[in-house]
Design a protein around this ligand. Structure first.
Ligand code: ADP
Ligand code: MG
Length: 152
């Protein structure tokens, strides 16, 4: 398994790592973001989405479950499944249809995906280290390995 672990000193460092990784991201790609509330999953996603080319704000998709962006012909879907109580909600929104050959999917709280979401290429774990954060990025596919091997 290819793994990259580093300390993120502050919010800016979290955004910067997201931006760095976005530079090598191409569809189809699925990234699972694991970590407690407030760990920095949305902050990291903001770095990714803005570096891919989205100019506006990046809202947390907590209530909508998904925020969709079309960036330079690529679909970017940012999920937050924290609130999902029943797999039927996911069936109802047609969640499987978001994972296409042309999409990059970032998924917060993937354990609430009830087996209806694509397998991850990357598993990201963010944890509290005092005021700072530790991030661990694990490749779970060959595509994911390409991304992780670029990190230093
Ligand atoms: P999540 O989506 O995991 O619930 P958010 O990204 O919404 O978390 O919020 C993370 C919070 O922690 C924000 O207030 C942000 O400023 C802060 N934060 C993000 N990264 C770091 C970091 N590396 N060190 C310290 N604070 C951070
Ligand atoms: Mg969040």
């Amino acid at each position: 398994m290819t793994q990259f672990v580093t300390l993120l000193e502050d919010e800016a460092a979290t955004v910067a790592l997201g931006k760095q990784m976005a530079g090598a991201m191409t569809p189809p790609l699925t990234v699972y973001l694991n970590g407690d509330l407030g760990a920095g999953k949305t902050t990291f996603s903001r770095g990714v989405i803005q570096h891919l080319g989205h100019q506006g704000a990046v809202k947390s998709p907590t209530y909508a479950l998904v925020e969709s962006y079309e960036i330079k012909g690529i679909d970017v879907f940012h999920f937050d499944l924290y609130r999902v109580a029943d797999p039927e909600e996911l069936e109802f929104m047609g969640i499987r249809d978001y994972f296409t050959p042309n999409s990059i999917c970032l998924v917060e709280w993937p354990e609430n995906g009830c087996g209806l979401i694509a397998e991850a290429d990357l598993q990201i774990y963010i944890s509290y280290k005092g005021e700072q954060r530790q991030i661990s990025i694990e490749a779970t596919t060959e595509l994911g390995q390409k991304l992780v091997s670029k990190l230093k």
